[in-house]
Write a protein that binds this ligand. Structure first.
Ligand code: SAH
Ligand code: ZN
Ligand code: ZN
Ligand code: ZN
Ligand code: ZN
Length: 510
């Protein structure tokens, strides 16, 4: 059937003619849990055709699940699908991996091997099966405490897909968390932060912080117990470990009087912001439910679980659309394995990745030794290049460079931009002038973009529609072009569990 081409489109969700409708009750499942509902539109048509596709994988090579919403699926196909889903789960359960780990640490150093090809700790009776594989030996306790260094960053069709915090940024996050008085960290897709916390907890007696890692990378189950790691899909809020894993998370979120919980997340920048937001809201709701006794009585009804969402600055409006209580910090988050965006001071390009938080910006103290300073008017820490604009009455730079005020646009713009009279907005000098009132991708009508399309039943679009509309219409094209360039390079920061190395069963789904 025509599923192939459509699947390709699904894999590229976020690009033209495609919109996410979200998680819906009764959605069919792929190996990564319930699929998400998308709509594909062709130009001029009012209604697009809806289909389900994998929530986690944008690359069809990683998950080829596809189903039209109105498609009749036969019992045979359903059964085949179920079998396929079952056979595409990890070869070991988490429990089994925990048992293996217990045995592994009892081994003398000389017998501790890690198979690099299978990404697996090996017990001596398994050596034979892996003889032809590359392996590391003498795996030390220190190595076991830093699995993110032992495991290779997960790959998709590009090379390195997992983007690990540079030590400097990871340490900054942890120091910040501690100084704010948090003792529990829900680490959603932040294995390196998790391991820094767990590692300190196991070595420093008076270190009180604990972490629970939620991640789709099942390899981590080899190193952490069921109380420390849950196999989790953050695009559909799916716990692979079922109710027991759910309960682990719930228990972790339940804070005692002197415990304070914060969620820290660094998702792949796949553009499915609404899917992420919906999952984070569910995690926040779990937190709130556990708080009933403790907080509601204190008049804390409207409190939200404190959160750090690490994401590129050009997603600011998207994030605020779903979380109006969030604001973006100026701190530039650096990564180890990304050549382009390491520490700006070393002469390389500056990282576009920021921290979004619902905590008061005034308490997020950024390091003075890296040039950040406190703006008393804005009541927040800003980067050294971010100057307070008298007219906007705010520190307006988003990317760390000094922005300039355009009187015609009535706002500050990037230093490289100039006001174009034809477009009636600021843009790069090299831009090609275009009218920007092309119709919406979803419904084809003019006046809005697909992210705010009324036919999609979005919630919480008021912020964008109000404050930003004029500006968005003027500059969206230019913004998009500039940002897509950055996005493409960052799109590789995307990882899913895949069993490419293991024997594949004959695939029976169409
Ligand atoms: N900077 C972080 C890692 C971020 S990379 C750190 O150093 O700790 C993105 C992380 O999200 C990876 O750990 C990856 O395994 C995880 N991830 C990718 N897709 C996911 C999904 N669908 N659900 C949950 N976690 C996912
Ligand atoms: Zn899938
Ligand atoms: Zn300011
Ligand atoms: Zn200004
Ligand atoms: Zn122009």
């Amino acid at each position: 059937m025509a599923a192939d081409a459509e699947g390709e489109a699904a894999a590229g969700a976020g690009s033209g003619g495609l919109a996410l409708l979200g998680a819906v009750p009764g959605a069919p499942c792929c190996p990564h849990g319930p699929a998400l509902l998308f709509v594909k539109t062709s130009q001029g048509k009012d209604e697009g055709r809806r289909f389900y596709a994998c929530s986690a994988c944008r690359d069809r090579k990683d998950c080829k699940f596809f189903q039209w919403e109105d498609e009749k699926v036969s019992q045979t196909r359903l059964a085949a699908r179920e079998e396929y889903n079952g056979s595409h789960q990890p070869p070991c359960t988490h429990r089994q991996n925990v048992e293996r780990y217990k045995n592994f640490v009892l081994l003398p150093l000389s017998k501790r091997r890690f198979c690099q090809e299978c990404q697996q700790l090996l017990l001596p009776d398994e050596w034979e099966k892996h003889l032809s594989h590359q392996f590391l030996s003498d795996i030390s306790t220190a190595q076991l405490r830093s699995p993110s260094q032992l495991l290779y960053p997960l790959e998709n069709k590009k090379t390195n897909a997992q983007y690990l915090f540079a030590d400097r940024s990871c340490q900054f996050l942890l120091d910040l968390i501690i100084s704010l008085g948090f003792t529990r960290v829900l680490s959603v897709g932040t294995p390196r932060l998790h391991e820094m916390i767990q590692s300190k907890a196991s070595q420093e007696e008076d270190f009180r912080v604990r972490s629970l890692l939620l991640d789709i990378d099942f390899r981590y189950s080899q190193f952490y117990t069921e109380d420390e790691f849950c196999h989790y899909n953050m695009f559909n809020h799916y716990f692979f470990g079922g109710e027991a894993a759910h309960e682990t998370c719930r228990k972790f979120l339940h804070q005692e009087k002197d415990e304070r919980v914060i969620m820290v997340t660094d998702p792949p920048f796949g553009g499915l912001v609404e899917a992420l937001a919906s999952s984070f809201k569910k995690l926040m709701a779990m937190w709130k439910d556990t708080e009933k006794g403790a907080f509601l009585s204190l008049g804390n009804k409207d409190r939200e679980m404190p959160t750090f969402w690490v994401f590129p600055y050009f997603f600011e409006s998207r994030i605020l659309e779903f979380f109006p209580s969030f604001s973006m910090m100026d701190y530039q988050v650096d990564y180890d394995n990304h050549a382009l965006y390491k520490h700006g001071k070393t002469g390389r390009r500056q990282s576009p990745v920021r921290i979004f938080t619902n905590l008061s910006p005034s308490v997020i103290v950024l390091p003075a030794e890296e040039g950040y300073r406190f703006c008393a008017i804005c009541q927040r820490y800003v980067s050294s290049g971010n100057h307070h604009c008298e007219i906007c009455n705010s520190c307006t730079s988003k990317d760390g460079r000094r922005w300039k005020h355009c009187a015609l646009c009535e706002r500050c713009v990037k230093p490289s931009w100039f006001h174009c009279n034809k477009c009636n907005c600021c843009a790069l000098e090299s831009h090609s002038c275009e009218k920007t009132n092309v119709g919406c991708f979803v419904c084809g009508k003019a006046g809005h973009k697909r992210s705010t399309c009324p036919s999609l039943n979005h919630s919480g679009t008021s912020l964008q529609a109000g404050k930003g509309r004029k500006r968005r219409q003027k500059t969206l094209k230019t913004l998009k072009r500039a940002e897509l360039g950055v996005c493409k390079r960052w799109a590789m920061k995307y990882a899913v569990f895949s069993r490419r190395k293991t024997k594949k069963k004959k695939d029976t789904t169409p």
